[in-house]
Write a protein that binds this ligand. Sequence first.
Ligand code: NAD
Length: 343
Amino acid sequence: MTCLQEPQPLPRDPAAATVPGTFARRTAVVTGAAGFIGSHLCERLLDLGAEVVGVDNLLTGRLDNLSHLRSADGFRFHTDDVTRPFTVAGPVDFVFHLASPASPLDYARHPLTTLKVGAIGTLNTLELADAKHARFLLASTSAVYGDPLVHPQPEQYWGNVNPVGPRSVYDEAKRYAEALTSCFQRSGSTRTRIVRIFNTYGPRMRADDGRAVPAFIQQALAGEPITVAGDGSQTRSLCFVADTVAGLLAAATAEHTDPVNLGNPHEITMLQLAEEIRDMTGSASEIAFVPLPADDPKRRCPDITAARAHLGWEPTTHLRDGLRQTVDWAQQHFPRRSTATTG
Ligand code: NAD
């Protein structure tokens, strides 16, 4: 079965899967709030009328991502490291656990910290949810499938992870986090949800986080060679951040307790992505091929049958529209390099 295909027209609003009113006057704790996805989640929860407590130790996130929310009614921010026991005053209804380095460059820089946040950080955050009788959602990842041998990946696939390779600090930390979360769920003490997020992109990604979308945009805007790993035939399926956030909210409120994939099944090769970004930025950058990193998955593509059936969710943003918004944001926010040749 292949999922290399043109995207189908998707008529629905990204937020449509969330029942209106579900989050109004509820309190949600978001760990990893100052990060890329966490900051968008905080913003959306506030839009929906929730009180939001953002928790972050700023390891890979930035306060700038939250600057527009700091004075918002209903928003509080705690600088806390979730690998140390932490608490939040007052009642809590939902705990969204997103804290973790997420890009390959970040977890290579912070290998032990990544293992700790998946293990101790997840335990501390589950204990907070347990103490508050709150619903807990773990932001897991498609990385639990490793370099998958099954395409697209359904939730029932157990994965193909190298337990001692350089990516194992992230892949295994998240697998352990899923085991911990499932243990709390089975014990009946805490209501939990697990989502496996596939590659997400959008405004507020860091130019230097090493992921393909911001790296290609940065290089294209600077007129530098766009560095594509291998021969560029490896694929990723890219989900726009507003869609991912809508999926997190839908999963948090749905009754489905098994892990669920959140991603965009439209697959694209890295070479196609580089060319698309080069065209969109009007850049004259050439494409340069560089060696593939170790254990780089050749294909990742979510089977989102479960998300459609149990959450009523599917991504609705076309890659071109999402990339346009990301490029527009990057033009305003990415550090400028002197060799810029773009129009
Ligand atoms: P990010 O690095 O932008 O955000 C992660 C945030 O967690 C950062 O603000 C960081 O400072 C914070 N953090 C890290 N360790 C912490 C600790 N010990 N205590 C408190 N805060 C801590 O990454 P992101 O892309 O926004 O990813 C968010 C979550 O989604 C992660 O759990 C990641 O594994 C998951 N995810 C992301 C993607 C993606 O494509 N972005 C894909 C799969 C899964």
